[in-house]
Design a protein around this ligand. Structure first.
Ligand SMILES: Cc1ncc(COP(=O)(O)O)c(C=O)c1O
Length: 385
């Protein structure tokens, strides 16, 4: 059993913790050494801040296989990025193909546009473990299909969508990917996977601080921005500039957070994305294997050994998931998340709606000993049930 002083964080699907020390150090240095408003003035601090943003943009473009860093737009999280794409790209009467595994950051704007713009939604069926079949896409494509929106890795079951296969089946539609759970861990290549709009959040697998995220937009695609205002460019005009990425980045940006995100990306580069993936995969396999030996526990999602992300959803007979999360936290110092994980559609798809599941999500900084501790804690709770 973990000692009461040893906290175990298993909620990396919500946000990664801890962050690499390099992230905190970079942010500490930035806030101490320069003012953080880029592109508004010509003095050295303003130029230094512009450089922070520019270098981060280059890192993001390189990381996701985008040939032009001006196509990288920073937002405050993936929710904002997805909203820009969904509201900007859909017109009345358009059809959208999406999946039963989407987060509310996709489903809520889509349901809103269903009512207000009369868009039509085609929801792809999922297997009991939350997988979709790319071959279901061509059957639903028609000339009104504007967008295919896919959650790359599920935050509920860890199931992985085959983006390569989906990209080959998109027909004349645009492919929008919610990479909230996959960026930093799974390979993502805009060009190779024929992705038109890639939305990411900075604070999960990319190890940046909260308040960071963005999207990459394929050349030739333009969507009206959600907000307009000062960009530090074309200031003589009262009309919003059209140039990328300024047209989407009105207002003083989160230079501090973006600097931290760049340090997170550098950390991944130095450590190796594959190394991170292998460690998470190993811990996830260990967790799934141990859970399969505890009577009364049902695990949802792909089995150990299958390709999957590290989000592991479970229920325990005789205990509510809220009760489980509360006991793990209060008695054992183990932090996990219970409920619907902002993805009621996904829980409907795997038949765990409305109560949801307990989600354990190991990250790069978890250890084997911590996984053993959570398994021992669950076994003890089960014995008391
Ligand atoms: C699949 C998925 N999409 C979107 C989001 C929203 O992320 P953010 O709150 O950073 O915008 C999350 C976060 O949990 C997620 O897991």
């Amino acid at each position: 059993m973990p000692q009461s002083s040893a906290l175990i964080y298993l909620d990396n699907a919500a946000t990664s913790f801890p962050k690499p020390p390099e992230v905190a150090e970079a942010m500490h240095r930035l806030i101490r050494e320069i003012s953080l408003s880029p592109g508004r003035s010509a003095h050295r601090f303003s130029l230094a801040a512009s450089r922070v943003i520019f270098e981060a943009r280059e890192l993001v473009a390189d990381f996701f296989g985008c040939p032009d860093s001006s196509r990288v737009v920073f937002t405050s999280n993936v929710t904002e990025a997805l909203n820009v794409g969904i509201f900007g790209l859909l017109a009345p009467g358009d059809q959208v193909i999406t999946t039963g595994m989407e987060h509310n950051s996709v489903m809520r704007p889509l349901r809103h546009l269903e009512k207000t713009r009369g868009i039509h939604l085609e929801i792809l069926p999922t297997s009991p473990s939350g997988a979709i079949d790319p071959d279901d896409i061509p059957k639903r494509l028609n000339k009104k299909t504007r967008l295919i929106i896919i959650n790359h890795v599920s935050n509920v079951t860890g199931s992985v969508a085959d983006l390569g296969a989906i990209g080959k089946r998109k027909g004349g539609a645009l492919l929008m990917v919610d990479a909230a759970q996959s960026a930093g861990v799974f390979p993502l290549d805009m060009e190779g996977m024929a992705i038109d709009f890639l939305a990411f959040t900075g604070h999960k697998g990319l190890f940046g601080p909260t308040g960071t995220g963005g999207f990459l937009l394929r050349e030739g695609i333009m969507a009206p921005p959600l907000k307009m205002g000062g960009t530090g460019s074309n200031s003589e005009q009262e009309a919003q500039p059209q140039l990328m990425p300024d047209c989407y980045e009105s207002g003083t940006p989160n230079t501090l957070g973006i600097g931290g995100l760049a340090a997170g990306l550098e950390f991944i580069r130095a450590t190796g994305r594959e190394t991170i993936r292998r460690h998470e995969e190993h811990l996830t396999c260990m967790l799934l294997d141990g859970l399969s030996r505890i009577e009364g526990i049902t695990v949802y999602g792909p089995p150990a050994g299958a390709e999957r992300g590290s989000a592991v959803s479970l229920t325990m007979a005789g205990r509510s998931v809220d009760d489980l999360a509360h006991l793990l936290d209060r008695r054992y110092g183990i932090m996990a998340r219970a409920g619907l994980h902002c993805a009621p559609a996904a829980h409907r798809s795997i038949a765990t709606f409305p109560h949801g599941t307990l989600r354990l999500s190991p990250g790069f900084f978890n250890s084997e000993a911590e996984i053993q501790d959570v398994l021992a804690a669950l076994e003890q709770i089960r014995c008391e049930s």
